[in-house]
Design a protein around this ligand. Structure first.
Ligand code: 13P
Length: 257
């Protein structure tokens, strides 16, 4: 059975001092056994070391929000997979829509980063999703298909089982508008079918597909009950320990079914 994976994308929030309060709050509030549920926190680069130290002995994993695709070199302002590994990261978010929108990241570039992450021992969480305009034009399937095929190019089936796809409809990010569980499930199933066609159905069944976009304690349970929604990539609601932990608790409840 696929695990449920809840990841908190802290985006460009939390100084080290604030990060300390948030992670301590999460640790204190998260008292139930995780079972088949995994929890990942993705703080900004400047808080990674500190959060890693505070996570010692905890089952919460550490992720970064981006990386470059070389181990070292003259790439001013960039952070390498090797550096991320050295501060305890095991996950990295790649191709978030904010990176596609503000930093012009393409499917091709995200694919190169994903391959580098996999060969560096990091599990990439690769984001895909359509804009409101694309949804209204009824081209969601086409857009998501192009993105999924593009980001998975030249990734082997054993590798694909080790990555996470996050479906994040752009119109639902930070807007308070969530895709309905049925809308999200439909795209998640499409993504699984694309993976099934590209690799095999057995492989597709193993890939974790998260939903992201205004996930909150109140809507998380219904979303996570959908058969192809295997977790959540949470933005705003992960910045408060209480709401993040409630989402994790809902994931634990749904994975028991
Ligand atoms: P919100 O949960 O704030 O909508 O953000 C979602 C997101 O972009 C997670 O990566």
């Amino acid at each position: 059975m696929r695990p449920k994976i809840i990841a908190g994308n802290w985006k460009m929030f939390k100084t080290p001092e604030e990060s300390k309060d948030l992670i301590n709050g999460i640790k204190i509030k998260l008292t139930v056994p995780l079972g088949n549920t995994k929890v990942i926190v993705c703080p900004p680069f400047t808080s990674l070391s500190l959060v890693q130290a505070l996570l010692t002995g905890s089952s919460i994993a550490l992720g970064a929000q981006n990386m470059y695709l070389e181990d070292e070199g003259a790439f001013t302002g960039e952070i390498s997979p090797k550096m991320l590994r050295s501060v305890g990261c095991t996950y990295v978010i790649l191709g978030h829509s904010e990176r596609r929108q503000y930093f012009n990241e393409t499917n091709e570039f995200i694919n190169r980063k994903a391959r580098k992450a996999l060969s560096s021992g990091l599990t990439p969480i690769i984001c895909v999703g359509e804009t409101l305009e694309q949804r209204e034009k009824n081209i969601t399937d086409q857009i998501v298909t192009t993105q999924v095929k593009g980001v998975l190019r030249e990734i082997s089936s054993s590798e694909v089982e080790n990555l996470i796809i996050a479906y994040e409809p752009i119109w639902a990010i930070g807007t308070g508008k969530t895709a309905t569980p049925a809308q999200a499930q439909e795209v998640h199933l499409l993504i699984r079918k694309i993976i099934g066609q590209t690799y095999s159905w057995a492989t597709a069944e193993k890939v974790v597909i998260q939903y992201g976009g205004s996930v909150k304690p109140e809507n998380s349970r219904e979303l996570l009950t959908q058969s192809d929604i295997d977790g959540a990539l949470v933005g705003g609601a992960c910045l408060k320990a209480e709401s993040f932990v409630t989402i994790v608790e809902n994931a634990i409840l749904t994975s028991k079914k």
